[in-house]
Design a protein around this ligand. Sequence first.
Ligand SMILES: [Zn+2]
Length: 524
Amino acid sequence: MLVKSFGAAVFGIDATIITIEVNLAQGINFFLVGLPDAAVKESQQRIKAALTNNELRYPGKEITVNMAPADIRKEGSTFDLPIAIGILAASDQANASRLNEYMLLGELSLDGDVKAMTGILPIALAAKEHGFKGIIIPAENAHEAIMVKDIEIIPVKTLKEVIQFLDDPSSIESLAEDSIVTSNSNEIYDIDFSDVKGQDNIKRAFEISAAGGHNLILIGPPGAGKSMLAKRLPTILPSMSMPEALETTKIHSVVGKLAKGQPLVMQRPFRKPHHTISDVALVGGGSYPQPGEISLAHNGVLFLDELPEYKRTVLEVMRQPMEDRMVTISRAKFTIDYPAGFMLVAAMNPCPCGYHNHPERECTCGSGVVQRYLNKVSGPLLDRIDLHVEVTPVSYNELRDNRKEESSASIRERVLIARNIQRNRFQSEHEQIERSDTRKLEQSVNANSDMSSRQVRKYCQLDEACANILKKAMERFGFSARAYDRILKVARTIADLNGTENIGVGDIAEAVQYRSLDRKEWGN
Ligand SMILES: [Zn+2]
């Protein structure tokens, strides 16, 4: 007898439907065909044990399991359940009549428990897209599918429950959205810029960064609060849209990093990988490709503390993904794309001893040491950072001051207005991109920081007074040509925050301040 069941394979952050055909014939062999990996091949042993431990019969026949489409590699152990049910249905121990309506997923333990798995969200989305009535998935993380509407989510703990459900669908109730606590907590971060005493100039830099999507580097001595400031950037960024939240959640679902009771990531991620991180852990990859930290930070913030401590190769592998807002992992037979659109916040000491340019303390680094230290971070990555911000420790007076600090929500209001101006500005450019070319559209300019040189010339025109100020600054500080465009982009964002159409003298003067590392005197 031939029986068909359905499972799914996650590829990148999307799932593909896998058809599983089980055929029983005379004989005693077990054949598994259709590009299964080692873990899938081992399913026979697990299924055999799970069946016999549940007083079910493992058929004494020749069993052929065919997984299609044949050109997709089937990885992992989540095909245990559709294969087991296929075998049971083919041997008249399970009801086959609903197998075309429900997708089945889950690894079986030897005693027949259905174990938790990763990638539930993309699988549920694929099941819905293909018109399945429901998905039968491990109870432990079934909540991850709850955001997908109009599809039954059947949580199961054991193989026996699955058999019972196929016989009588009323035996298990589909999960409903209200069955879990979805506090509307997207606005609530447990940290806020109002926690930060003083440091108004640095908060201002963060506001500009959030408004124009500008990457930022914090330069300051140990203990100046760089990390404390950086993790508050998500609190002033616009709330995530539903498509953004879904895409970020899919990535976290694929690596099994979704928190319990949180079916949708609504807070922008803040990822802080340690400087000892490997290339693969940072950008993704591995023999079973997985998204890396830059993808986990998608739609949020990636924070690299102690930037000069990272291996140079690690920083170099980030260059292309930062350009593309996506990382492409190539293997002999396939390539996988993971989204990687994040804002970068880096931090570093000004020099190895930490006190270069410090108002009160003496730098003890020898001549040339500071320059060598700086050279470690210069190059491709620094080229993508628009704002250089010098952080000094909070002064005693600021600490004592009882003044009420501005909240993140209040800063975010100004950020949103500036973002709106940018959206309108670049709208016409979007319309010129063919609708079919979605990848290009995704990469299209949404914020001032993404402007091409052509767009900088178009949208950042300077009057004579501004041009003069910039020229003088370029000469005085010895700025390189690469600094020029960055200053213009940042000045554009400052003008947007001010709500002015043209860049003014004050905007340019402020933007010039954010190029510390480009100044000639640095390191001399
Ligand atoms: Zn020093």
